[in-house]
Design a protein around this ligand. Structure first.
Ligand code: PMP
Length: 388
């Protein structure tokens, strides 16, 4: 009785991994969730008391989101990401996960070409898959998606592309960041070949270097669908995120959102709006960055100290992940042995839409303590040495 669409989504590889890594007491480099220690519980206590005095916070709200929050988001987009976004072009969503789904619902017909990074955030692949696209993947190097390759691919397809989905800043899974030259090149390509760039940016504020980065959205308002989220910098449980949409798509995108859930959780929207209005986000982001930075450094140092020469890895300027390549080894096989010794990671193969590479792994450094990060990398390194 199930639909063809939902039956066709293959999550068996993912389920196998999740079953493995949720087994018992394990040093987990597998997750991508923020640490609960970073949640601003003190500030939230006051804010939630204030919100509970507002009857409208418990009522249905506008499908596009409450104006108080959209106004704050418009300011944030300008100050933080140099992107001019009118509050009338913002839709508040349940997580950027819903933003990805709205893009699929509103833009993808079966067989439409969706360009994705290789590797990319695998849940986005599953979400798009519901709308039966044809995935075409483009290589990522240490400066993000290789736009020269992208240009060749599009030319060879006679320009039949609808969407490019990218996580350009502190990418999940590689931790790499798209250079500014390539951001501009992407926009040129989108204009020339008439496609939309979906810029998914949930990690952008977790910036350890302090280098100012402009969103792709800063270089084009009408070619970029920007997805922002409070999950990694506020509290994911509220499920508050937003999309900044090219003006001519806005009305139909709103239909796609409205037909899914009418409106986003109003209580959470008021809480987020107050958090921003009171100017608390800057300090919160600083706290998170200071909390995660030593963990990132510990992981990079431990990799340097313990891994054999055959292993290479990225050095992320921000975000939550280090991407590691273990030459000549199958990381799906290695995972079973690693879990037996009490360490988990996500094997790289799940992050590819097509032709997965088998010798990579994603290591999260934000979840475990400094001591356990060191211990976990030591275990992985000795396993790699034993098996090479
Ligand atoms: N995009 C990327 C790249 C992510 O890593 C995540 C969360 N892991 C999401 C979107 C979804 O985040 P949200 O909680 O905002 O739905």
């Amino acid at each position: 009785m199930l639909s063809r669409r939902i039956k066709s989504i293959d999550t068996t590889a993912l389920k196998r991994v999740l079953d493995l890594i949720s087994a018992g007491d394990i040093i987990s480099f597998a997750g991508g969730v923020p640490s609960v220690e970073t949640f601003p519980l003190g500030e939230l206590k006051n804010i939630l008391a204030e919100v509970s005095e507002i009857p409208q916070a418990f009522q249905y709200g506008p499908s596009e989101g409450i104006p108080e929050l959209r106004e704050e988001l418009s300011k944030y987009m300008k100050e933080r990401w140099s992107a001019k976004v009118d509050l009338g072009d913002i839709i508040v969503t349940h997580g950027s996960q819903q933003g990805i789904d709205v893009v699929g619902r509103a833009l993808i017909d079966p067989g439409d070409v969706v360009l994705v990074e290789a590797p990319t955030y695998f849940v986005a692949l599953n979400t798009f898959q519901v709308y039966e696209p044809k995935f075409v993947q483009v290589r990522v190097d240490e400066e993000g998606i290789v736009t020269e390759d992208l240009e060749v691919i599009i030319r060879n397809m006679n320009g039949r592309v609808k969407i490019l989905y990218t996580v350009p800043t502190f990418q999940n899974p590689t931790g790499t960041t798209l250079s500014e030259d390539r951001r501009k090149h992407l926009v040129e390509l989108a204009e020339e070949y008439n496609f939309y760039i979906v810029e998914d940016n949930p990690y952008g504020d977790i910036n350890y270097s302090g280098r100012k980065i402009k969103a792709i959205k800063a270089f084009s308002s009408d070619r970029v669908i920007y997805l922002g989220s409070f999950s990694k910098i506020f509290a994911p449980g509220f499920r508050i995120a937003w999309m900044a949409v090219p003006h001519d798509l806005y009305e139909r995108f709103l239909v796609a959102k409205q037909t899914a859930d009418v409106c986003t959780n109003t209580f959470g929207q008021y809480a987020a709006a107050l958090f921003l209005k009171k100017g608390l986000l800057d300090d919160q982001v600083k706290r998170i960055v200071e909390y995660y930075r030593p963990k990132r450094d510990t992981m990079l140092d431990a990799l340097e100290d313990y891994m054999p020469e055959s292993v290479t890895w990225t050095r992320p300027e921000g975000g939550m992940f280090v991407w590691t390549t273990v030459e000549g080894m199958n990381t799906d096989e290695l995972l079973k042995k690693a879990v037996e010794r009490g360490v988990a990671y996500v094997p790289g193969s799940v992050f590819y839409a097509l032709n997965p590479r088998s010798d990579q792994m994603r290591l999260n450094f934000t979840f475990e303590s400094i001591d356990r990060i060191q211990d976990g990398i030591k275990v992985l390194a000795s396993l790699v040495k034993e098996l090479s």
